[in-house]
Design a protein around this ligand. Structure first.
Ligand SMILES: [Zn+2]
Length: 300
């Protein structure tokens, strides 16, 4: 059964006028239920991540400031959210969604989180709407429990996974692969184990040929026993924060290829949703829903 982490707190609104679209967290589960891709049984409600699991990735100094809302204003500005108890709690719950979805992925081959992909969170600071790095927390959790040994993080959000790259910089047990827009945020990029920086307006054919060439080779050389997939849909041409030129169909083919590869190679995969900022919410929902539809079609 496809298990999907979702908690009502995911929908918590930001102050009026904030440009980060929270509406998709509300509309996506509704769409999946409405069209019959999922039933209520597919969803599970995560709880608070245990502090010890967060501290395997983030420094206690940073985490305590976050929790107590005592980060300095400059650090808060970098996150881009006005911090509140609820928004911090939201990220702590999202990380638990990723942990539990990782365990479900071991059982069923795949599992997802209707949020997460908070890859701009470093070990000691937040950034770009991210406070805690959910997939990094999931990876260290699995390794700590001896549930995975070598982990591959495939980050196909249009923005570089700078926080993830920093966290695993000196950790050969987690291979970080980021394919992103060259001229996009973050402007100062970190070094992942493999970075592919794409030119503006990169089209479906160029994007897919690079991905289809690289991913199988990576799996062959790294031999991961678990994979995280950050399936942001901000690679689509209409995205207001992305600069690439993919179509919704091209984005779906990207997801199909990644998920089919995991299935064929028997590598459990956990998917976090990541970005998607097209002005037309219908396009965002359609592109994200495609990932869930494919998961159902290919695995169950
Ligand atoms: Zn993004």
């Amino acid at each position: 059964m496809l298990k999907i982490a979702f908690h009502p707190i995911y929908k918590h609104p930001l102050p009026e006028g904030h440009r980060f679209p929270m509406l998709k967290y509300e509309l996506l589960p509704e769409q999946l239920l409405y069209e019959g891709t999922c039933t209520k049984a597919n969803f599970f409600e995560p709880t608070l991540t245990e502090e010890k699991d967060i501290l395997k990735v983030h420094t206690s100094k940073y985490y305590n400031h976050l929790k107590n809302l005592t980060l300095d204003p400059k650090a808060v500005r970098k996150i881009g959210f006005p911090l509140s108890d609820t928004l911090v709690k939201r990220e702590i719950i999202i990380a638990d969604g990723t942990i539990k979805a990782s365990e479900f992925a071991l059982k069923y081959g795949i599992a997802m989180n209707i949020a997460g992909g908070t890859h701009h969170a470093y070990s000691n600071r937040g950034g770009g709407f991210c406070m805690l790095n959910d997939q990094a927390i999931g990876a260290r959790y699995l390794q700590g429990k001896k549930l995975a040994d070598k982990i591959l993080i495939v980050d196909l959000d249009v923005h570089q996974g700078n926080g993830t790259a920093e966290i695993f910089q000196n950790d050969p047990s987690v291979f970080t692969f980021s394919m992103h827009g060259k001229s996009n945020y973050p402007f100062k990029k970190e070094q992942s184990d493999l970075d592919i920086a794409l030119e503006d307006h990169c089209d479906d054919a160029t994007y897919l040929s690079i991905l289809k060439d690289i991913l199988p080779k990576l799996i062959q050389s790294e031999k991961p026993d678990f994979m995280y997939y950050l399936c942001g849909v901000d690679v689509i041409a209409s995205d207001k924060l992305g600069k690439l030129g993919l179509t919704v169909e091209g984005c779906k083919e990207r997801d199909r290829f990644v998920l089919q590869t995991c299935k064929d190679q028997n590598i459990p995969v956990m998917c976090s949703m990541g970005g998607g900022y097209s002005p037309d919410i219908k396009i965002i929902i359609e592109a994200h829903a495609n990932t869930f539809r494919l998961a159902q079609d290919l695995f169950f």
